[in-house]
Design a protein around this ligand. Structure first.
Ligand SMILES: [Zn+2]
Ligand SMILES: [Zn+2]
Length: 726
């Protein structure tokens, strides 16, 4: 009789399973993490399914070891498969999102204790060796598998098998101490009526097997306190909770609220954790010791022991879309994970995405609404400043970007000792440098994009590839000297004007450069909250979630920036961003006001903001997408072909286009050079596939793209449900 075979999915970006033979005494189940020989290397993989017994015996190698790590549970394996199928990415690449290399999770840096809780699973066969292990562990304390196996006089594999089926646990004592158990019984803020109703509805849904809800609430309505209630309820049921946020460094005020409510901090997951913390957190999540995890999108792929609730805060935020490697949308995939785990999913936003609102309208998602701000605070008054009628007046410092009405409002705020926030979603000093004599525009050498001038250091930088260069003293085109001029404002240029106008004022600049570290964010948030700042000049980094009690005036420098974009969600994103930033004004007793500088006063985005009427904007946007059969009323898949040699790229993209399949209702648009036709020195061409809402394009696309022979110098990137159209 042939030996048992299993199919292994390696932690390696391939779309293939490999069969291995199981050594006679090794007991394996699906989800176990094993070590295998692969060519001349040692690799790791997950037992995926039964192997095929008919493959030639001689070619089969044996599994060499089982790693003493908790097995991956079936819901996680299902999730990996679903994501790979949907995003058209290799199965192994999705597995690597769970753990890039499981061997780094081993090692003995911490004190560990082997323990047995006594409840044996029903199917657990008590053999003589296992009996000896159980009696040993009942008597003594063991810090390693070797210690225990010597004491019980059994082989190490007996203990490893008991670890992987959960009878024996490895308690990493140091790790356990790191992750405190949240105290759900602490005294906390009493919710207002509207909040209490929403919280109750969300708690009720925890009792169902799987549900998705939208928690929609105006800025300042206390959405976080509302979702803390189902969070506490899930913990009381012994479940784990995941809170996904767009940018973890910006959540300092969230941590304070969590600590007040639960008396500890949750586990944190993002890409910049130290190796050690990463390992400890991963293990604590897999063991179930980390009860609440807050993380960026990658936290969705962790091996939770018992996940009961997923909260996606700021669900509309486009940074939930992963754009490199395995391209996925963490908001959408959280619903898939929730279904696999039979968990509840709560999507939270003041400005929900059209996708989510459509699912609410069709009854797929439940809906809770908070219409009022908590306490005495009211929503700010929003007014538009028509820049065609109120052009800024030039000053001693040069060109001006602040219109007279905005200038006098800032004067007034300063006179009252209140804070102002000037918002411009553009880093640097000026987005473009050109020659005043011949009109030459300074572009990046590697990308088809303008170089952005950065004022303080006086350098030029490409915001796509990051390359820097020194400013030009001479025009490369007409050779004229000192004719290069900065065009348009970035926040540094606004700061220059503000300093010239109000030299006494205390000013801070907040952008992703100045706030790349946790500590910088904490210091800035404390400084602003303490009232030591008069004027804040910032990009979208400050638009979300923050609560600054003294901030009463928000000035939007250029509301039209996002509207001219080629992106199908340009209006929706502009609306969401301006709504968010407006929501920073007047969050306590003092009333807030928002002034929006625009050249498009009649634009529906601007009108809906002034009327505080998001619904009518959403309706309009919905209609236009319906007419255009664009998401969420159609499906898009974007295919970018790129490479250093333009002719090879063009050949591949043309070959693809020539053999595109004919499917009723599905259109193949392109090929055409991408909007950014060169990026980091590579030519880029794009094809766009558009299909009906009720038809999944994946199988057709997989077959179609699979027919093309692609030279190694050319890369095909498939983006299902694209958010970026550059
Ligand atoms: Zn010139
Ligand atoms: Zn560049």
């Amino acid at each position: 009789m042939p030996e048992e075979r299993v199919a292994i999915l390696l932690f390696f970006a391939v779309d293939k399973l490999y069969d291995y033979a199981v050594p006679a005494k090794m007991m394996l189940t699906v989800g176990d993490i094993v070590q295998v020989p692969f060519g001349h290397r040692t690799m790791y993989g997950v037992v995926w399914q039964q192997g095929q017994t008919d493959s030639a015996l001689t070619r089969i190698k044996y599994i060499t070891d089982i790693l003493p790590l908790p097995s991956f549970r079936l819901p996680l394996l299902q999730f990996i498969k679903w994501v790979a199928d949907y995003t058209l990415q290799p199965l192994g690449a999705v597995l690597q999102l769970v753990a890039r290399d499981p061997s780094v999770l081993l090692g003995h840096s911490e004190e560990k204790v082997l323990s047995c809780e006594g409840n044996l699973p029903k199917k657990f066969a008590i053999t003589q060796p296992r009996k000896r292990v159980l009696s040993s562990i009942a008597k003594g304390v063991f810090n390693s598998v070797t210690d225990l196996s010597e004491d019980a006089n059994v082989s190490a594999s007996v203990i490893t098998s008991m670890i992987k089926c959960g009878v024996i646990k490895i308690e990493h004592t140091a790790i356990k101490d790191l992750f405190e158990t949240p105290d759900t019984g602490r005294r906390h803020l009493i919710l207002e009526k509207e909040q209490a109703i929403a919280a109750k509805a969300l708690c009720e849904l925890l009792k169902t097997k799987f549900s998705v809800s939208l928690l929609e609430g105006v800025t300042g309505s206390g959405k976080t306190e509302v979702y803390f209630e189902p969070l506490a309820a899930a913990l009381d049921e012994g479940k784990q909770v995941l809170v996904l946020v767009p940018e973890i460094t910006l959540t300092i005020q969230w941590f304070n609220r969590f600590r007040e409510r639960f008396g500890c901090v949750p586990a944190i997951w993002h890409s910049n954790l130290s190796k050690k913390t990463r390992k400890q957190t991963w293990l604590a999540i897999a063991n179930g010791d980390a009860r609440v995890v807050i993380g960026a999108r990658s936290a969705l792929f962790l091996p939770y022991a018992n996940l009961g609730l997923i909260i996606v805060d700021e669900e509309h935020d486009s940074s939930f879309k992963q754009e490199d490697g395995v391209i996925y949308n963490a908001r959408d995939m959280s619903v898939v994970r929730g279904r696999a785990e039979s968990a509840s999913v709560v999507l939270v936003s003041a400005t929900p995405s059209l996708e989510t609102l459509t699912n609410v309208a069709s009854g797929k998602y439940k809906h809770s609404i908070l219409k009022q701000r908590v306490g005495t605070s009211v929503l700010p008054k929003i007014a538009l400043i028509d820049m065609l009628k109120n052009p800024p007046i030039r000053g001693d410092w040069g060109k001006s970007w602040l219109s007279p009405p905005l200038v006098s409002s800032i004067d007034e705020a300063l006179a009252h000792g209140d804070q102002s926030l000037l918002f411009l979603n553009r880093r640097g000093y000026a987005p473009l440098t050109l020659c005043a004599q011949c009109g030459y525009r300074v572009e990046c050498n590697n990308c088809s994009a303008w170089l952005v001038q950065h004022g303080a250091a006086r350098y030029l930088q490409c915001h796509h590839c990051g390359s820097k260069s020194s400013p030009l003293l001479e025009c490369p085109s007409c050779n004229a000297k000192e004719t290069m001029v900065a065009c348009g404002p970035g926040i540094e240029r606004i700061a220059e004007e503000v300093k010239a106008r109000w030299p006494e004022a205390n000013i801070v600049i907040a952008d992703s450069e100045s706030l790349s570290k946790d500590q910088a964010v904490r210091q800035l948030v404390e400084k602003i909250s303490s009232g030591a700042t008069d004027i804040i000049i910032g990009t979208q980094i400050l638009a979300k979630g923050h609560h600054f009690p003294n901030l009463t005036l928000v000035g939007v420098i250029d509301a039209d920036i996002g509207l001219s974009s080629w992106d199908l969600r340009a209006s929706e994103r502009t609306h969401q961003l301006l709504h968010q930033v407006s929501g920073r004004a007047g969050r306590e007793e003092k009333a807030g006001s928002v002034l929006i500088q625009t050249r498009e006063v009649q634009n529906p985005v601007m009108q809906s903001l002034v009327m505080l009427d998001s619904r009518s904007f959403v309706e309009l946007e919905k209609q236009s997408r319906q007419i255009l059969k664009m998401p969420p009323f159609g499906r898009l898949v974007s295919i970018i072909v790129s490479g250093k040699k333009e002719e090879s790229v063009v050949k591949v993209v043309n070959d693809l286009s020539h053999i595109s399949p004919i499917i009723a209702g599905v259109e193949f648009l392109g090929p055409a050079p991408a909007f950014i036709s060169m990026l980091r020195g590579k030519y880029r061409y794009r094809l766009l596939v558009r299909g009906p809402q009720n038809y999944l394009l994946q199988n057709d696309i997989r077959r179609w793209v699979g027919k093309i022979v692609v030279p190694s110098s050319v890369k095909i990137q498939i983006d299902v449900d694209p958010y970026n159209f550059y």
